[in-house]
Design a protein around this ligand. Structure first.
Ligand code: SAM
Ligand code: SF4
Length: 349
């Protein structure tokens, strides 16, 4: 670090980063990780995410087209300093143009890293094409290895499809393959050690996510949530965990070495161990709204601007303005916390 930087105030830092055209906020955080929701629909109905009947899906004319998504990704990479793109949903594998979108965004320069978060249904068929198109990594959500529990949790009997998808993704070289797990009390809370053993045996990296108040059915209950501490206690009943010496940076997961390493396990304690101070994310919803936080209550409408003829520079300016006002934290533990009107499946998890 130079002597100028060490004496820089927060205001000076913010001004310097703004002058560089980056997605900086008032607190000096810079967003470089863009999460793009490709579709709000899903073929599972995980109880912590969606009600059994689904949700009122976005009408087709409100969804961004493939070309619009690629254009906004290009603006983010070329003008706003974004260097990582993660495609999510809803279920992103339901988007027909997915392979072509990946193909186009991996041609951007500087080349962004690309990742996909998926429930794995259908991944078996498309994993090789995604890898050929340039996709770097994949996270597959898997909450249980037990068929009946899977059916109860997702309201669909599709565990075998998810397992096929995971295997195909690993075979296609989409590594390191990460598994995302949400534990629920009285449902799969006892499965943490078995899931970790399963992942270690196959070379996958497991990350547990605390259940958050962002579901379409509004079923979240603070007292029912399995906390990061409980997850760690359960893992420690079967494994020796030690803090990972690697620098965490803006990663949401705190990681531990398992039995001395090199294998790791991660815990994303979004509720009890928030990491908002280091957040580097910006989000684009499937209908073209910028959100500066998963829990934001305001959005900035890029779709209307884009369809109204805005130039790349105008869109970039709107995006910067939307990020500048980001709040310091999600405030889930504040008495005044309000769950966002949009559920996670419509924002992009
Ligand atoms: N359908 C894809 C999937 O399930 O991976 C992508 C979208 S999903 C919304 C992204 C991630 O959010 C998944 O890992 C899912 O388990 C997680 N998720 C959904 N609802 C959640 C909640 N209420 N709390 C914590 N994580 C949640
Ligand atoms: Fe679908 Fe993913 Fe939500 Fe499950 S978590 S209902 S797979 S969007």
């Amino acid at each position: 670090m130079t002597s100028t930087q060490t004496t820089e105030t927060r205001e000076q830092r913010v001004e310097r980063l703004r002058a560089q055209g980056l997605l900086v906020d008032r607190f000096g955080r810079v967003a470089t990780d863009l999460r793009i929701s490709l579709i709000d629909k899903c073929n599972l109905r995980c109880t912590y995410c969606m009600p059994a009947e689904g949700l009122p899906w976005l009408p087709k004319d409100k969804l961004l087209t493939d070309d619009e998504i690629v254009r906004l990704a290009r603006i983010a990479v070329e003008k706003l300093g974004v260097d990582e793109l993660r495609f999510t949903g809803g279920e992103p594998l339901l988007r027909p143009g997915l392979v072509s979108i990946i193909d186009q965004v991996t041609d951007l320069r500087p080349r962004p890293s690309t990742a996909l978060t998926t429930n794995g249904l259908g991944l078996g068929k498309i994993a090789a094409a995604l890898a050929d198109a340039g996709l770097d990594r994949v996270n597959v959500s898997l909450d249980t290895l037990d068929r009946e529990r899977f059916q109860a949790l997702t309201r669909r009997d599709r565990l075998h499809d998810v397992l096929d998808g995971i295997e195909a993704a690993a075979a296609a070289g989409l590594q390191p393959l990460k598994i995302n797990t949400v534990l629920m009390r009285g449902v799969n809370e006892d499965e943490a050690p078995a899931l970790l053993r399963w992942c270690l045996d196959r070379g996958y990296e497991l990350r547990f996510i605390e259940q958050m108040p962002i579901d379409g059915g509004h079923v979240w209950d603070r007292h029912q949530m399995i906390t990061a501490q409980e997850i760690l206690r359960s893992l420690e009943s079967a494994f020796d965990l030690s803090p990972d010496p690697a620098h965490r940076g803006a990663a949401p997961a705190e990681t531990w070495l398992v039995n001395g390493g090199p294998s790791k396990v991660g815990v994303i304690g979004s509720v009890t161990r928030p990491f908002c101070g280091d957040c580097d994310r910006t989000r684009l919803t499937a209908d073209g709204q910028i959100r500066n936080c998963l829990f934001a209550t305001e959005e900035s409408d890029l779709r209307a601007a884009l369809r109204g003829g805005a130039s790349d520079d105008e869109l970039a300016d709107r995006w910067r303005a939307a990020m500048f006002g980001k709040r310091p934290g999600h405030g889930i533990d504040d008495p005044s916390f309000l769950q966002p009107a949009r559920p996670m499946s419509a924002i992009g998890g």
